[in-house]
Design a protein around this ligand. Sequence first.
Ligand code: SF4
Length: 351
Amino acid sequence: MNPNPQFGRDVSYSRNVFLPITNLCRNCCFYCGFRRDSNDGAWFMSPEEVLELAEQAKAAGCSEALLTLGERPEVHAEARGKLEEFGYENTVDYLKSLCERTLELGLLPHTNAGLLSERELRHLRRFNASMGLMLECAAELPVHRNSPGKNPKLRLEVIEVAGKLRIPFTTGLLIGVGESPEDRAHSLLAIRELHERYDHIQEVIIQPFVPKPNTPMANCPRPSTKELLATVAMARSLMPQMNIQVPPNLLGHNGGVIQRGGYGFKKAVKAVLLAGANDFGGISSLTPDFINPEDPWPSVAELRAAIERAGFVPRERLPIYPRYARDERFMSREVRKRVLQLVDEDGYRAG
Ligand code: SF4
């Protein structure tokens, strides 16, 4: 049985390069292994470092430049110092410049920088094919006690502003961090409501928590297979037309959620597809998942083989989904020019 007849048997993924601009962040989420303090392993990538990786990605055939960073890093003196050294007044101006140069190289930027104002979103939209902000959970959770940016009301407001600005937008849930099944349902309903009003949510990610050493949640278990599959199925049933994504490196590829329950990677891929997922997100042959570095990406060949084995058809997409890739209302002139060079007639990646 195909749980996603609206997509035929197509299952998508994209090829990206992960550009972790900085791990400095004003928040302190209990589960985060990415964030660092200035005196403890923090970095702030220079323009040269970013563009060198972007050039490698272009040569390797990637289409997506995923710019990820901590929220409002300039609360830290080290970030302010780096921005001054690079000649920028603030992080968003720096990101805008990086996105512009990355787009010129031929990649399509997708930025996830945490909470942003309307003015900042508008600035970044010009050089981003899509942008993202995980809702994570519509309820306030103890794990976000030290994270003002994880206030769900503020995050829903940003997602709404992105809708008003017609930015193809990625959001989703982080599961296994203290939320209840009811919280998950409310989170999905909140996302659905915004999408019904603005038609801009291009994908909903269902991301399982992964414990990280030296964090307050280091000894907490990953969510069970059953919880992951149930949340994917809930998302599919509440949003039949939505792209539902599960990160493939968290699928027991190397000791992750489902494999620990006795499944191999191919079985895990089939299980989430039958539960209702239809996308496996951006995967990279160049860079690790800096958020979950202990879970390596599968190769593109491995992922495609698993999708085919499950009876589906792997399709490479751009960081802007087929639904938006030919809709000029959802992109700037600069982005549109590049998208049209890369897209096929179905909205997937050409070639
Ligand atoms: S999860 Fe994101 S917002 Fe939270 S501390 Fe880590 S980098 Fe900051």
